[in-house]
Each structure stands twice: as structure tokens, then as C-alpha cells.
Design a protein around this ligand. Structure first.
Ligand code: C2E
Ligand code: MG
Ligand code: MG
Ligand code: MG
Length: 291
């Protein structure tokens, strides 16, 4: 069966159960030392305003630079980080690092937002609010520039999730529902929870642009519904111009996907997405006439 998540991976993966691989228990002990060993890094993928196509946000995506296995994608270690509880300290680091980076980017791109993914296990932890507050205080980032991305599973699996969302909302951060359309929960929460937006899962994106496919109809309908509820819509996984054009035609708000930008390390994001540093005027061949 075609597995879009697997096909979409951008970094090397491995099977922890493969006979020649190291058993999962070793990966777990490696995960314990990864944080102190500074083996985690964040890559950033741009979110672009539909129409103008300029960057409005960066989604922080976690990578593990394992000393012997190389770069490991989150799909391969986040489940382990969740089951061991290590996702809580790792997630706290992600929040601090992403907020610090976003605060720095304000100098050249005032208003640029940063999105951080939270998983269900992080919602269970009593110190989530403290971790978000700490990240905001240490970075001095305007809370309104931080968006926390949560999936529907958080709403289903975590008791009192609504209460936690209200508390996060109280800090002034934005909340966005990730991978929208893949869960099985009721739509009624959309207007009951303090959400700012939703991200349509990339599984709907494949046949966009043909216009007649079921996915195109669903995407159009989700956008209409979301706008009626005053929610912003991001469409993720856009890989082709025709898909981008479709989302713009049906008035999606933000665009994300390889067609616009791949996830990149901070410095590459600055250069390729933010266009920073700006070209040295002295190096330009057509210099403006100075009166
Ligand atoms: P997500 O939040 O839905 O992130 C989108 C994923 O789709 C990313 O995979 C991204 O690299 C990939 N992607 C983006 N554009 C395209 C495209 O045009 N085509 C295809 N095929 N793929 C695209 P990634 O980085 O491997 O992350 C996978 C998931 O891991 C994320 O899904 C998120 O749920 C989770 N994750 C990533 N970073 C963190 C983190 O810091 N904390 C937590 N709790 N979860 C994280
Ligand atoms: Mg996300
Ligand atoms: Mg997503
Ligand atoms: Mg996802």
C-alpha cells in the first residue's frame, strides 16, 4: 500500500526491529543521553501567505543527529520518546529553541511566527504550561507569535484537554489543529475550543488541482466551514504548482509544502526563505543612482 508518510520522509530512516540493527533498548538508552549530548536540532519549514506567497511562519520540525545512525526523522523516535516520557524534556527544549530562534528573526522579519508541534504525552504532563511560559520568558518572544500545533488525538486521548487549551490560550499563544481530517473525533469541538486555525492533512492534497476529485471537494468544504467558524486554514504537503493554485483559488490562507520550501536548518532557512542576509548593495550590478 502507498504510504504517504513514509514516502514523504526527507531523512534516512531505519527499522529498529531489523535483525542487523541495534535493538530498540539501545535506542532508548541513546535517547536518554541525546538531550544532554546536544544531538537534537530543529529544522524549519516555511508557511506562506496564499496569493503573495511570502513567508509568515516557520514550523519547527525536530531531528535527531545520532552519533552513528545519522539524522533520524521524528516518526522514528517520537513514539519511543512518548512511551518513555522523554518527549516532555525534549519538548521543553524544542519550545525554548524555537522561541529563541523566532525572537532572533524578529530583527529582520517582524511578525514572523513560529509553530511548535505538541504530542498527546506532552499534554498529560502537568508542567506543559510552565514549559511554554519559560520558553516565552527566556526568549522574550511575543506570545501571540507562537503557535502550538496539536492533533485531534490530543483532544481524544487527554482528559481535560479543553481545560489545558484554555490555559494555553490564556498565555496568549495561538493554537492550531494539525493533520486535520485524519482523526475520528466530532466536529463540534471546532467552535468550542479556543483554536485559531487548522491544517488540512497532506493526504488530501494529492489530487488537488484536477478540481473534480473528492479530495478537492473536501478541501474546498473544509475551508468554507473553517472560515465560517473564523479559523485560518493552512494546507500542508503542497508539492506542485497546480495544488498551490487550487488552494489559492478556494481561498485557503496559508501554504506549506516542498513546492514552496523544504524543512531546512536555521541558517539555510534564513538564506533561502527569509532572504537573509540581504544582498550587499555594493555587489549589485544595477546600483540605484544616488542623488
Ligand atoms: P507534522 O507536524 O504534520 O509535520 C509535517 C510533516 O510533513 C513533516 O515531516 C514535514 O517534513 C513533512 N512535509 C512537509 N511538506 C511536505 C511535502 O510537500 N510533501 C511531503 N511528502 N511531506 C512534507 P517530519 O518533519 O518528518 O515530521 C513528522 C511529524 O513528527 C510531524 O508531523 C509532527 O507530528 C512530528 N514532530 C515533528 N517535530 C516535532 C516536535 O518537535 N515535537 C513533537 N511532539 N512532534 C514533532
Ligand atoms: Mg505540524
Ligand atoms: Mg501535519
Ligand atoms: Mg503529521
Amino acid at each position: 500500500m502507498y504510504d504517504a508518510k513514509r514516502a514523504g520522509r526527507t531523512v534516512a530512516t531505519f527499522d529498529p526491529h531489523a535483525t542487523k540493527g541495534t535493538p530498540v533498548i539501545s535506542l532508548e538508552s541513546d535517547l536518554h543521553t541525546a538531550l544532554t549530548g546536544q544531538e537534537f536540532e530543529l529544522h524549519y519549514q516555511g508557511l506562506f501567505q496564499a496569493g503573495a506567497r511570502h513567508p509568515v511562519a516557520a514550523e519547527a520540525l525536530l531531528r535527531w543527529r545520532h552519533p552513528t545512525r545519522g539524522l533520524i526523522s521524528p516518526a522514528d523516535f517520537i513514539p519511543l520518546a512518548e512511551s518513555t516520557g522523554l518527549i516532555v524534556p525534549i519538548g521543553a527544549w524544542v519550545l525554548c529553541e524555537a522561541a529563541r530562534q523566532a525572537a532572533r528573526w524578529q530583527a529582520t522579519h517582524p511578525g514572523l511566527r513560529v509553530n511548535v508541534n505538541l504530542s498527546a504525552r506532552q499534554f498529560w504532563a502537568p508542567d506543559l504550561l510552565q514549559h511554554v511560559t519559560d520558553a516565552l520568558n527566556a526568549s522574550r518572544l511575543n506570545p501571540a507569535l507562537l503557535t502550538l500545533e496539536i492533533t485531534e488525538s490530543v483532544l481524544l486521548d487527554v482528559p481535560n484537554a479543553a481545560e489545558t487549551l484554555e490555559q494555553l490560550h490564556g498565555l496568549g499563544v495561538h493554537l492550531s489543529l494539525d493533520d486535520f481530517g485524519t482523526g475520528y473525533s466530532s466536529l463540534s469541538y471546532l467552535h468550542r475550543l479556543p483554536l485559531h486555525g487548522l491544517k488540512i492533512d497532506r493526504s488530501f492534497v494529492h489530487d488537488l488541482g484536477e478540481g473534480t476529485g473528492a479530495a478537492a471537494k473536501i478541501v474546498r468544504a473544509i475551508i468554507l466551514m473553517a472560515h465560517a467558524l473564523k479559523l485560518h486554514v493552512t494546507v500542508e504537503g503542497l508539492e506542485r504548482e497546480v495544488q498551490v493554485a487550487f488552494v489559492e483559488a478556494v481561498e485557503g490562507d496559508y501554504l506549506q509544502g516542498y513546492f514552496l520550501a523544504r524543512p531546512l536548518p536555521g541558517p539555510a532557512f534564513e538564506q533561502q526563505v527569509l532572504g537573509w542576509p540581504a544582498p550587499d548593495p555594493a555587489q549589485l550590478t544595477h546600483r540605484p543612482d544616488v542623488p
